[in-house]
Design a binder for this molecule. Sequence first.
Ligand SMILES: Nc1ncnc2c1ncn2[C@@H]1O[C@H](COP(=O)(O)OP(=O)(O)OP(=O)(O)O)[C@@H](O)[C@H]1O
Ligand SMILES: O=C(O)C1=C[C@@H](O)[C@@H](O)[C@H](O)C1
Ligand SMILES: [Mg+2]
Length: 183
Amino acid sequence: MKMAGNIFLVGMMGAGKTSVGRVLAKRLHHEFVDSDHEIEARTGVRIPTIFEIEGEAGFRVREQEVIADLVTHTRIILATGGGAVLKAENRAALRMHGTVIYLSASVDDLLERTQHDKNRPLLRTENPRAKLSTLLAERDPLYREVADLIIDTAHHNVHSLATLIERKLVRLVGKKRDDISNA
Ligand SMILES: Nc1ncnc2c1ncn2[C@@H]1O[C@H](COP(=O)(O)OP(=O)(O)OP(=O)(O)O)[C@@H](O)[C@H]1O
Ligand SMILES: O=C(O)C1=C[C@@H](O)[C@@H](O)[C@H](O)C1
Ligand SMILES: [Mg+2]
């Protein structure tokens, strides 16, 4: 069994990886890292600018580099970008180096949670609902393939999701919460 030392959150834009990851990291005394934020820190520009200059393909190359680096850290909670699972290399790296949790959500919830934020270039479209629906259909099998644990985020707030994950992790790893914190 892989240790819960590293926890990697995967899922769609708006699934709650960043918000839940931050809360979980505080509770488990892990470092919180967000691959999108790391890419922005390394490039010095926001994600939409990377998409404008290098296209999605250029962004994916940067994302792969950052994930390959971050998975080698220890005791981190990593919120990955929504499209991180598209590359087989990323899926393999995540599976190898930690416990992967898929935060699943409906298109309705994803739309609601992303509608006020303009920092997601793939949703800058006439019909974000249709885009989210297409992306979810493409990616859901990949999230499921890579996940050790699947958490349905419907009807839970960020804090109750963190509590649910904590409980499930204890069961998954077969250890008490203190053991996870000290792993
Ligand atoms: N379970 C939830 N219930 C209600 N609102 C939520 C929930 N999870 C996240 N949110 C809200 O949805 C918005 C998007 O969440 P967040 O940024 O954590 O998503 P993400 O998975 O990191 O997306 P991305 O892949 O684009 O980085 C935030 O405003 C957050 O507060
Ligand atoms: O779902 C996606 O493909 C993306 C999600 C965000 O986290 C960012 O990584 C970027 O906006 C692309
Ligand atoms: Mg995020």
